[in-house]
Design a protein. Structure first.
Length: 193
């Protein structure tokens, strides 16, 4: 079976056998059990993660309370660019919400690939720009959309996510209390009837 990142890059460009081997050797695939931390708040980020299967929740601990800031599921990347790029402690944690298989993208190994295969940098930069654009949109929606609209958008974009994680994490992500989420869900069901 071909490495997932080799598959993705091969869809965009013809890779040599040497490039395929370098990618496979540079970015190991590993499975983590539910509850495993991939990154802890206060530590330096060393890796980014491409989710092959499973779900990573991103959260920030504020006043002893976890505030969920993102979910990353299949075919999405999880990274704290601020910590990676600036070598400062991360202000967020990544935890596996279910058994999760990821390709581990080491910043150091990535730079080595850039140096040896310059076109790899173009591919990675494109993915990074897409991720940053998505984060900016998510932030704008958090500010401009009402909780029910944010919930409907999440339901539209990641419908199976709501069956995979506890509802209190969904509520935290939406910036509301679990009771408010229950009322929103009830209202939506009544509207459909």
């Amino acid at each position: 079976m071909e490495h997932i990142l080799v598959e993705l890059m091969s869809q965009l460009t013809q890779l040599s056998e040497e490039e395929k081997t370098a990618i496979t050797e540079s970015f190991p695939i590993k499975t983590f059990e539910k509850g495993s931390y991939l990154m802890k708040q206060g530590k330096l980020a060393k890796n980014a993660y491409y989710v092959i299967e499973g779900c990573i929740r991103e959260f920030e601990l504020i006043g002893g309370e976890e505030k969920t800031t993102g979910f990353f599921i299949e075919n999405e990347s999880a990274a704290n660019f601020n910590s990676l790029a600036n070598q400062i402690p991360s202000n967020r944690s990544f935890v596996c919400e279910e058994k999760t298989t990821v390709a581990i993208l080491s910043a150091e190994k990535e730079q080595q690939l850039y140096d040896k295969y310059p076109r790899f940098e173009t591919f990675c930069r494109s993915g990074m720009e897409q991720m940053l654009g998505n984060e900016k949109e998510q932030l704008a929606e958090l500010i401009t959309l009402k909780p029910e609209q944010r919930y409907l958008k999440l339901l539209q974009e990641k419908p199976d996510l709501l069956n995979r994680i506890p509802q209190y994490h969904v509520a935290s992500f939406l910036g509301i209390k679990p009771e408010t989420l229950s009322r929103i869900r009830k209202r939506i069901v009544l509207k459909k009837e």
